[in-house]
Design a protein around this ligand. Structure first.
Ligand code: NAD
Length: 356
């Protein structure tokens, strides 16, 4: 009797195990970096998904090679257009999960037409991005990058390092969502006068003394302009020759949002004419083939970026504003939870996560 019961228990366990294997959901990752693997493998302990990691970007060039999978997980430079989505649908993809906040690289209409959910991480660590914007401002202003190199060469002279006091300066914030709101508070903490433009005003910021003005007035009055709105057809080349001309002579422009917000050629002209005083960009319109890679042994064929990097008053960082430990942990948890809930036909609890 005991032996029969033992066999029954073993059989049930075996069945449970095979059911578990059978129901393991597959996620295929694109544009994977070592830190993505590290954080997602750690975060998967709570979910038990089966992962496939690809270093390559997702795009029309690779989509046919994708093995059947339940979900795909993409980043800022993956190209998820109609053509890609139609092939993904054929491969059984039910969820496209962006492990970032922006979603300008996914054709939402095509996803909807193919019954594929699109989700993102709306606010993983707005502080991380806002703090990076501050780091860029202080670097451009106080030239700590130059001071660091100079002192290492025993050059203790101060010429060329002259900055300006932040207190009392006017800072214009374009887009006061999660990141823009954090940035407003940081700049107020520095003693700056903060003005803002957004299509939707944030009442709690008004209470804190942030003044909303029309875009033109924000550009006209600001010593520093920082972009925190999403890239959409309405915001594409928001900063162009016309809006640059409105800006104060010698002002600083910071973009940690998306490269397409800025017409790069127009910005180069404004820098050459010494109308724009400083430029700090963490994002670049043509970043797709360059950022997130070590190209130190290569010739970079992008003359526009090379020219920009040669200006002494330009600082380029390679889309690293989000890159803090806390942000990566949050991205991992929210992304896996979004996928899990959507595959179970439930609504993820993270507000604003589901786009389609
Ligand atoms: P969010 O959605 O919380 O806020 C965006 C704000 O922009 C909203 O208040 C919205 O009303 C406003 N807006 C929309 N259209 C506008 C327009 N035409 N003019 C002015 N404002 C407009 O987004 P968020 O979390 O604050 O992120 C902002 C952007 O930052 C994202 O879209 C993303 O592209 C970028 N981002 C960059 C990094 C990085 O590492 N560099 C990381 C995260 C996010």
């Amino acid at each position: 009797m005991q032996q029969i019961m033992m066999i029954a228990v073993v059989k049930i366990l075996h069945l449970k195990k095979s059911l578990f294997i059978f129901t393991r959901m597959k996620i295929t990752f694109f544009s994977t970096k070592p830190f993505d693997k590290e954080f997602f493998i750690k975060g998967n302990a709570n979910f038990g998904f089966e992962f496939t990691f690809f270093e390559t970007h997702l795009g029309p060039h690779i989509v046919q090679a994708v093995e059947p999978t339940d979900a795909i997980c993409v980043f800022v430079n993956d190209k998820v257009n109609k053509q890609v989505i139609e092939v993904l649908a054929e491969k059984g993809v039910k969820v496209i999960a962006l492990r970032c906040a922006g979603f300008n690289n996914v054709d939402l209409e095509a996803a909807k037409a193919n019954n594929i959910h699109v989700c993102r991480v709306p606010a993983y660590s707005p502080e991380a991005v806002a703090e990076h914007a501050l780091a860029m401002i202080l670097t451009l202003n106080r030239k700590t990058h130059k001071a660091y190199n100079r002192v290492r060469e025993q050059n203790f002279a101060l010429h060329g390092l002259l900055g300006f006091t932040m207190k009392g300066k006017t800072v214009g914030v374009i887009g006061t969502g999660h990141i823009g709101a954090e940035f407003c508070k940081i700049m107020q903490g520095m003693g700056c006068h903060v003005i803002a433009y957004d299509v939707k005003q944030n009442a709690s910021l008004i209470e804190k003394g942030i003044e909303y003005l029309p875009l033109e007035d924000v550009l006209k009055q600001s010593d520093i302009v920082s972009l925190h709105c999403p890239l959409m057809p309405q915001t594409h080349h928001l900063i162009n020759s016309t809006t640059l001309a409105i800006m104060k002579k010698g002002a600083m422009l910071i973009n940690t949002s998306r490269g397409g917000l800025i017409d790069t050629e127009a910005v180069i002209e404004a820098l050459k004419e010494q109308h724009l005083g400083y430029l700090g960009i963490d994002v670049y319109e043509q970043e797709e083939k360059i950022f997130f890679r070590d190209l130190s042994e290569n010739i970079i064929a992008d003359d526009t970026l090379q020219l920009l990097m040669s200006f002494p008053n330009v600082l380029v960082t390679a889309h690293q504003a989000f890159f803090t430990r806390e942000a990566l942990e949050q991205i991992t948890q929210v992304t896996l939870n979004n996928i899990n809930q959507l595959l179970l036909n439930k609504v993820p609890e993270t507000e604003g996560a589901v786009m389609v």
